[in-house]
Design a protein around this ligand. Structure first.
Ligand code: SF4
Ligand code: SF4
Length: 269
């Protein structure tokens, strides 16, 4: 089983486009939803998770967040994973002091999500992983305003030998289908020709209209929230809809807009 695991909602960055940010303060400042704030006070301890994992079949944990490196006890959690378990992670990779302590022997993939305000610690984090024999890949999310910055960073990182995955941002109220943005995206892809980068083009063009009725979520893929609840997928976790104890519902009523879910489930309409 693949388990998308959010050990904490805490994050050391405050990105304006973060899907955890559901409200904006009167002064335009970053604000987490009440549910996320409440959730931050309820992170489960390492012992809770390890005893749950012992009862499950050997699985692959996909850690995300928030930023998983903000979870107190991550080093012990990874060191204590049961036999046969593996993990991968998506992290902004800025907490270099935590990254350096993690046992990477069961880590299948480190995805470093680059943010345009990450600063120089990002490259330091990447290097600290690479030096230990694991080759991280980098995800760059492109917005219309960041086309040039995205190109320059993609060129730098691919030149340094990192695998770079690039996809367009999914933003509420915004559509890449608008002609000017379609042209922008296609022009951006042409700019990338000649660079060794992976353009992920199966992300929907806009935030709505991608509701599916069937997928494998809740069967061979599920999500775990910091408060210990089980969810059918990341979209259900964000929506605060845990799996029912009577089993997985047949029809999904949540918009399927999370790249984690799309990558894991390839839902059918
Ligand atoms: S690094 Fe990711 S989780 Fe953290 S604020 Fe930015 S988008 Fe949100
Ligand atoms: S939101 Fe997507 S991944 Fe989740 S249950 Fe619905 S179709 Fe499946």
């Amino acid at each position: 089983m693949r388990i998308l695991f959010v050990p904490t909602w805490k994050c050391n960055l405050q990105c304006s486009y973060c899907s955890l940010r559901t409200t904006t303060g009167a002064d335009g400042s970053y604000q987490l939803s009440d549910r996320m704030l409440e959730g931050m006070r309820k992170d489960k301890p390492v012992d809770y998770w390890l005893s749950l994992f012992e009862k499950l079949p050997a699985s692959q944990l996909e850690l995300t967040g928030g930023d998983p490196t903000m979870y107190e006890g991550l080093v012990g959690l990874i060191a204590g994973l049961p036999s046969g378990w593996t993990w991968s992670i998506t992290s902004n990779t800025l907490r270099v002091e935590v990254v350096q302590q993690l046992d990477l022997s069961k880590c299948l993939n480190w995805t470093a999500s680059y943010h345009y305000h990450s600063g120089s610690l990002f490259n330091a984090g990447l290097l600290s992983i690479k030096k230990r024999g694991l080759h991280p890949s980098v995800t760059l999310v492109v917005t219309p305003e960041k086309i040039t910055s995205a190109y320059l960073k993609a060129r730098e990182l691919s030149g340094d030998g990192y695998r770079v995955n690039i996809h367009r941002a999914l933003l509420p109220g915004f559509s890449w289908k608008d002609e000017q943005y379609t042209d922008l995206w296609n022009g951006f892809k042409r700019m990338l020709q000649g660079l060794t980068v992976n353009i992920i083009d199966n992300i929907p063009m806009d935030y709505t209209g991608n509701r599916y009725s069937r997928c494998k979520a809740g069967r061979d893929y599920m999500a775990l929230g910091p408060e210990g609840n089980e969810y059918r997928c990341f979209a259900h976790l964000l929506a605060g809809q845990p799996m029912s104890v009577t089993g997985t519902p047949d029809t999904c009523k949540v918009d399927c807009v999370c790249s984690y879910d799309i990558d894991n489930n390839k839902p059918e309409r």
